[in-house]
Design a protein around this ligand. Structure first.
Ligand code: PEP
Ligand code: MN
Length: 265
């Protein structure tokens, strides 16, 4: 059902209160911290993200951390802060759902429900999201092939929700100078195979803030419909993923560059 052979024209998925048409010829940028940490941190992020010209605010309230001893997120409190940020800025709220038991509460507050790389093959979760009437941002598993990625999208679509946004966030390779290897060929290949919007996460895709601007521009030039970027008002003190989070000043500069790239292609 995700195939271009079944549906020939690109699917446009409207997101957020301002109904940004992801999948149209406009490029939609979502940015924000890895995790919601406090009202102060989230509101500062939301204002910066809005001012830079982004269409969505990201921020995890439920965090899938590698260590059970790391900060696990603010839970529903974090979701409430995200909703407050949407009220103030009009940005679409994008936040992760990590388990079946949270689908309802995340769907209550979010505009787009994110499935993380670690959950790409959590089939009961994908089926449950097929019953939700909101867009789902599905991240590619760190060891998943593209055919497996597309079949994960089929789980959501065949369960009733066609609003699936695919997100390339890098895969695990032998390489060590990056957290993940970001295969931008996936953007071109997915655009050739599926009508679903395709976005790129250059933050998890590299692991380093200094690599984010170049990979963002490259992703847009390769045909991505959007980006999801980690941006933190104080990256050095972020509770998670500070090393790959860009500052609001760097986001501003990047947005101007992306505008020029989008116009040129
Ligand atoms: C995230 O977006 O913060 C995240 C955990 O991403 P991924 O699932 O791609 O690792
Ligand atoms: Mn993160």
């Amino acid at each position: 059902m995700a195939s271009l052979e079944v549906k020939r024209e690109k699917s446009i998925i409207e997101i957020g209160p301002e109904r940004f048409p992801l999948g149209s010829n406009k490029v939609g940028i979502i940015a924000g911290p890895c995790a919601v940490e406090s009202r102060e941190q989230l509101m500062a992020s939301a204002r910066a993200v809005k001012k830079a010209g982004c269409i969505g605010l990201r921020g995890g309230a439920f965090k899938p951390r590698t260590s059970p001893y790391s900060f696990q997120g603010m839970g529903e409190e974090g979701l409430k802060l995200l909703a407050e940020a949407r009220e103030e800025t009009g940005l679409a709220v994008v936040t992760e759902v990590i388990g079946l038991e949270q689908v309802e509460v995340v769907a209550k507050y979010a505009d787009v429900l994110q499935v993380g790389a670690r959950n790409m093959q959590h089939y009961p979760l994908l089926e449950a999201l097929g019953k939700v009437d909101k867009p789902v941002l599905l991240k590619r598993g760190m060891s998943a092939r593209l055919d497996e990625f597309l079949l994960a999208a089929e789980y959501i679509i065949s369960a009733g929700n066609g609003k699936v946004i695919l997100c390339e966030r890098g895969i695990r390779t032998f390489e060590e100078y990056v957290r993940n290897t970001l295969p931008l060929t996936a953007v071109a290949e997915l655009n050739d195979k599926t009508h679903l919007p395709v976005i790129v996460d250059p933050s998890h895709g590299t692991g380093h803030a200094h690599l984010v601007p170049s990979m963002s521009t490259a992703a847009v030039a390769a045909g991505a419909d959007g980006l999801i970027i980690e941006c933190h008002p104080d990256p050095e003190h972020a509770t998670s993923d500070g090393a790959q989070s860009i500052t609001p000043a760097s986001l501003d500069k990047l947005m101007k560059r992306l505008k020029r790239v989008a116009q040129a292609i």
